[in-house]
Design a protein around this ligand. Sequence first.
Ligand code: NAD
Ligand code: UD1
Length: 340
Amino acid sequence: MSTVLVTGGAGYIGSHTVIELHNNGYDIVIVDNFYNSKPEVLNRLETITGKRFPFYKVDCCDKDALRKVFEENEIDSIIHFAGLKAVGESVRIPLKYYKNNIDSLINTVELAGEYKVRKLVFSSSATVYGMSEDVPFTEESPLGVCTNPYGWTKWMIEQILRDYSVSDPDMKICLLRYFNPVGAHESGLIGEDPRGIPNNLFPYISKVAGGTLAQLTIFGDDYDTPDGTCVRDYIHVTDLATGHVKAIEYLGKCEENVCVFNLGTGNGTSVKEAVAAFEKACGHEIPHVFGPRRPGDIAVSYAATDKAADKLGFTARYNIDDMCSSCWKWQTMNPDGLPD
Ligand code: NAD
Ligand code: UD1
């Protein structure tokens, strides 16, 4: 069976994807430098799957160290998750974001070329659609102007990969544009484990529901949306993980050198609706107040899902209630996140 190199495989989406790859019969090699994850994830993956996956504690920016991974394993395809993703932090330390995200990608692609790895999946984001509100976003929607360095790294890497594909037509590349990944594995053993006070909605609500944070501030209730709060396309992380398995399968048979897919549900959920769904899941009220809009937020974002459905055969299975209940299970089983 073919071996998938999963960079950033100890992280939130990477770890869930490792499970889905394993369930579909793939062999897996994980690379991570634990910048934003913990070694305990590997134990949890072993508990869930019954398998200890080969692991390298390597920074993908260190090409010599990364080369060893290619030298020691027969890699058939790569899913490149390794990257920094905190929007606010990217504004404070932009060079670190550009350096980490772009260097790690370039090293990975150079080694993929050298070792004749023919399939590469990259974690992009709906953030590349910029501030447009022409929803739903289709894969043909124009790329926008990003509002932060994190978003630009995704935008630039997409371009780098399109350019690279012209020079190496044997390599098949898939750009996956995620909408808002949330939720946790059904076991409650792995989930999103942000360091410090979370910035994103679901990790924040989880901490308020669990009593670690006092209240949620809803950023803006005067948007031009049905209830005045922002609308997003939340997608269960297990669905997202399945989308990666489908992408690897697709790269094995597609004609085009570069393909692009949205991974979302196609459904919009407002912040108020998300809070109500979480209250239902945890069985008590989530204290919240309304505050000003957060700079850089758009009113509405959701995916056109037809292309992923037609070509990848991917359709999300889980709804917002499933996302909230799995988040809550993860939160109650791991109130302080994973141990160091
Ligand atoms: P995450 O931070 O949980 O996972 C990323 C992993 O990569 C972490 O374990 C981190 O330690 C590792 N890493 C970072 N830089 C590295 C390097 N140079 N070498 C080796 N390992 C490195 O984030 P996630 O939510 O799982 O996101 C995975 C990917 O998906 C990222 O590229 C992210 O930008 C992208 N993405 C995430 C979201 C989201 O909402 N979570 C949305 C769109 C795109
Ligand atoms: C954010 C990033 C995006 C990134 C994505 C995944 C911004 C502007 N965008 O998307 O680039 O790809 O995360 O990591 O940061 N909200 C509250 N209160 C909170 C937190 C959030 O009301 O405490 C609201 C936000 O205003 C937004 C919604 O909840 O309307 C979702 O926010 P969030 O989870 O941060 O995701 P995005 O902003 O969609």
